[in-house]
Design a protein around this ligand. Structure first.
Ligand code: ZN
Length: 136
């Protein structure tokens, strides 16, 4: 498998490691777009949200919370954004599940929340298509 994140996890490619344990590796990405921008990777290869095992996702989210608290105490961050893409149409660039964690600071002028044009969808019709009230 030719996965750049697996190569980083296996130390075939050097990286700047923020945190590592038996299941998770957190690194500074090649292109750091925000001060403290960190990638959180499961050490096992999963393509995306559709195939990651629940236990591995829990590990990832547990570390996302720990790093968020760490950014607050070590960097003085006042908030975080957690960004994720699953699938090419969602903008996923590396096919190995990962989260982007952005520490946020007062007046940092980063717009990590896209401004989407308002559209008048029929909400009842949409709800009919996506309701899971009868179970998932
Ligand atoms: Zn991989």
């Amino acid at each position: 498998m030719d996965c750049v994140f697996c190569k980083i996890i296996n130390k075939e490619i050097p990286s700047l490691i923020v945190y590592e344990d038996a299941k998770v590796l957190c690194i500074i990405p090649k292109d750091m777009e925000v001060y403290g921008h960190t990638l959180i990777l499961p050490k096992k290869h999963f393509n995306d949200i559709f195939d990651i095992h629940n236990a591995d996702l829990q590990d990832i989210m547990r570390i996302a919370k720990k790093l968020s608290i760490g950014f607050r105490t070590k960097l003085g961050a006042t908030g975080v954004n957690i960004l994720h893409a699953s699938g090419k149409d969602a903008g996923q660039s590396v096919q190995h599940f990962h989260l982007h964690l952005f520490p946020r600071f007062k007046d940092d002028n980063i717009n990590a929340w896209p401004q989407l044009p308002k559209k008048n969808f029929n909400k009842e019709e949409v709800l009919h298509g996506i309701t899971f009230m009868d179970g998932i």
